[in-house]
Design a protein around this ligand. Structure first.
Ligand code: ACO
Length: 318
């Protein structure tokens, strides 16, 4: 039994912010951002909620999969930036009364970890119709006075409906995490007025040692992909498309070089979307799906990596 993606969807906020727009409000430039990251613009949520974006993406995925929200057994949402800290908002938005819903925090690996969790539930026989979502409004976790992080990220959500299938679906998966090195990418928790705790910490934002993250990504991702592909009984040559987390074009180019696979097989949306963290893999997957770049029987690698540190890769027959 395999876990097959039967439908995809995505939603991006209306507001597009170009590098030039950022250079008007902070000391940065289109040239700096574009040459180091490949990002030209990003969508930022102004009025949208994450649950609203996720529900829009989910509706498209459900439509393609020809499943009603009421028939969902489970909803797994990979995110670190939910509108509220408590779960099940998307379930309420969709009216998916029968589903069991919870969120998964694995930062930029959130969609991969949610998909792999769904795969385990499906292979165990416990659930059949699962909605897997990855989405973020990271713009609310950024320090907008820190030009080295806030220019990198964008907001959005992507979704996939998965179901059991005999022939098509996930062939193999690899997951990893390394909390010992987690300090290279960090974001503190929220403060409150607990009278028993002296809380002197300032407001907390995402902080990052960019070069350490770069080194982690270019070493770990090719290894994880190679391992997942070998577990599937394939070679990287057999893979038609590599849908990677969109952190930085230089990371993707390095992975392509290390695997000795042409960049043509690595679709990107980084230029228009920036880094959507848990949203980047499902938003890009929906994009390639809707552009008709995925044919039945194609072999596809999905790979995510990021804070935690965390990483995950799955190999699928589409
Ligand atoms: N505009 C202009 N100058 C800037 C900006 C900016 N937005 N941000 C930083 N700088 C300056 C710095 O202040 C520094 O100036 P200085 O030399 O006078 O001190 C200079 O640019 C170089 O800064 P570095 O941080 O060394 O720049 P680097 O070349 O390493 O590029 C980057 C930074 C793009 C983040 C790079 O380290 C990288 O690609 N890291 C990978 C990590 C990544 O992509 N993270 C995304 C989120 S994590 C994830 O999704 C896995």
């Amino acid at each position: 039994m395999k876990t097959r993606i039967c439908g995809t969807g995505s939603a991006l906020p209306k507001r597009v912010v170009k590098n030039e727009d950022l250079s008007k409000i902070m000391d940065t430039s289109d040239e700096w951002i574009r040459s180091r990251t490949g990002i030209a613009s990003r969508h930022l949520a102004v009025e949208e909620t994450l649950a609203g974006l996720a529900a829009k993406a989910a509706a498209q995925a459900l439509e393609e999969a020809e499943i009603a929200a009421e028939d969902l057994d489970m909803i797994l949402a990979g995110t670190i930036s939910a509108d509220r800290l408590l779960p099940c908002e998307l379930q309420r938005e969709l009216g998916a009364a029968k589903a069991v819903a919870f969120d998964i925090n694995a930062a930029c690996s959130g969609f991969l970890f949610a998909l792999q969790t769904a795969d385990a539930y499906i292979r165990s026989g416990q659930y059949r119709n699962i909605l897997v979502v990855g989405g973020e409004i990271l713009s609310k976790l950024m320090d907008w006075n820190d030009r080295s992080t806030c220019v990198l990220f964008g907001d959005g959500a992507g979704a996939a409906v998965v179901r059991p299938d005999e022939a098509y679906g996930i062939l193999s998966s690899v997951q990893g995490s390394d909390g010992a090195r987690g300090g290279v990418l960090s974001c503190g928790g929220r403060r409150n007025n607990n009278p028993y705790v002296t809380n002197s910490t300032a407001l907390s934002f995402v902080t990052m040692d960019g070069q350490a993250v770069y080194k982690f990504a270019v070493r770990t991702v090719p290894k994880a992909i190679t391992e997942a592909v070998e577990r599937a009984g394939l070679t990287v040559e057999d893979i038609d498309l590599f849908v990677l987390h969109q952190a930085n074009i230089r990371i993707i180019e390095s992975v392509s070089k290390r695997l000795r696979v042409s960049m043509e097989r690595f679709p990107t949306n980084l230029s228009e979307c920036g880094n959507i963290s848990a949203g980047s893999v499902p938003v890009l997957l929906d994009d390639v799906n809707r552009r008709g770049l995925l044919n039945k029987g194609d072999k596809v690698v999905l790979a995510g990596f990021g804070a935690g540190l965390t990483w995950g890769a799955s190999v699928l027959i589409w």
